[in-house]
Write a protein that binds this ligand. Sequence first.
Ligand SMILES: *[C@@H]1O[C@H](CO)[C@@H](O)[C@H](O)[C@H]1NC(C)=O
Ligand SMILES: *[C@@H]1O[C@H](CO)[C@@H](O)[C@H](O)[C@H]1NC(C)=O
Ligand SMILES: *[C@@H]1O[C@H](CO)[C@@H](O)[C@H](O)[C@H]1NC(C)=O
Length: 239
Amino acid sequence: MRVFSLSLFLATLLAASLGLSYLSWQLVIGRTKIMRSKTAPNHKNYLYLKHYMLGHHSQYMKDSKAVAEKALRYAKSQKLAADGNDIWIFDIDDTLISHLPYFAKHGLGTEPMNVTLFIEWMNKSKAPALPASLNLYRELLSLGFKIVLLTGRPEEWKMSTVNNLKKVGYHSWEKIILKASSYPGNLSFQSYKSNERRKLVEINGYRIIGNVGDQWSDIRGSHRGSRTFKLPNPMYNIS
Ligand SMILES: *[C@@H]1O[C@H](CO)[C@@H](O)[C@H](O)[C@H]1NC(C)=O
Ligand SMILES: *[C@@H]1O[C@H](CO)[C@@H](O)[C@H](O)[C@H]1NC(C)=O
Ligand SMILES: *[C@@H]1O[C@H](CO)[C@@H](O)[C@H](O)[C@H]1NC(C)=O
C-alpha cells in the first residue's frame, strides 16, 4: 500500500512537470495564463525565470510578499468568532516551505523533473521557509487564527514533513492533513483538497476564513474559504 500510494503521487508530480515546458511571462508575474507548448526547454525561459526567481530580493520574493501582505490586511479586517472555529488554511510545498533551492539547481522548471531526485530532496527536510509565508503564519497566530495545513503529500511523509516545518519556524497548528492512501489514485489534487475542506466545515464545524496556496488546485473547488490567496509558482503545476 505504501509503495502504491507513493508511486501514484510520483506519477502525478511527473505528469504535472511534463505539462509545463514553456512558461509565459504572464505566469511569471503571477497572472493566470499558462501557455503550454511541445517545444524543448528553452534557454530564454530559463534566463527569465532565473532573473525572476533567484535572490532574496527577486521579483518572485516581492510578489510572494505582496500576496502575503494582502492576506494579512484581509485577516486583520476579520472579527474572529468567540467559538474558536475560525481557521486559516495553508498548503505546504512552495507555500510554507520553498523548493527553490532544489529547482535552482535543476532548471527552475524548464527541465523535465527527475521525480526520484525531487523526492529525495523533499525527504531530507531541508526546504527553507518562504519568508513571506512565515511572516503571515506568525501574524495569523498572533491574531488568534487556528492554522490548518492541507497538503497533497502522502501520509507516509508526515514525520519528514513535520521535521522540516518545525526546523524552519512553523511550530504549531490546529491540524495537519496529508493525503490518505485510501484516496483513489486518479483523484485530482483539487478534488482531494475540496473533500478535506468539506470535512473541516461539515464535520468539524470550522469556518474557513482564508486559504493560501501556490497552486490553483489549492484554492479552487468547493469549500475553498471566504477568501483565497494565490502565491506565484512558475516552477511546476499540479492539478
Ligand atoms: C534521476 O536521478 C536519479 C538519482 O540521482 C538517477 O539515478 C536517475 O538516472 C535520474 N534520472 C534521469 C532521467 O535523469
Ligand atoms: C526518507 O528517508 C528515510 C531515512 O531518513 C528513509 O528511511 C525513507 O525510506 C526515505 N523515504 C523516501 C520516500 O525516500
Ligand atoms: C478512478 O478510478 C475508479 C476505479 O478505481 C473509477 O471507478 C473512476 O471512474 C475513476 N475516476 C476517474 C475520474 O477516472
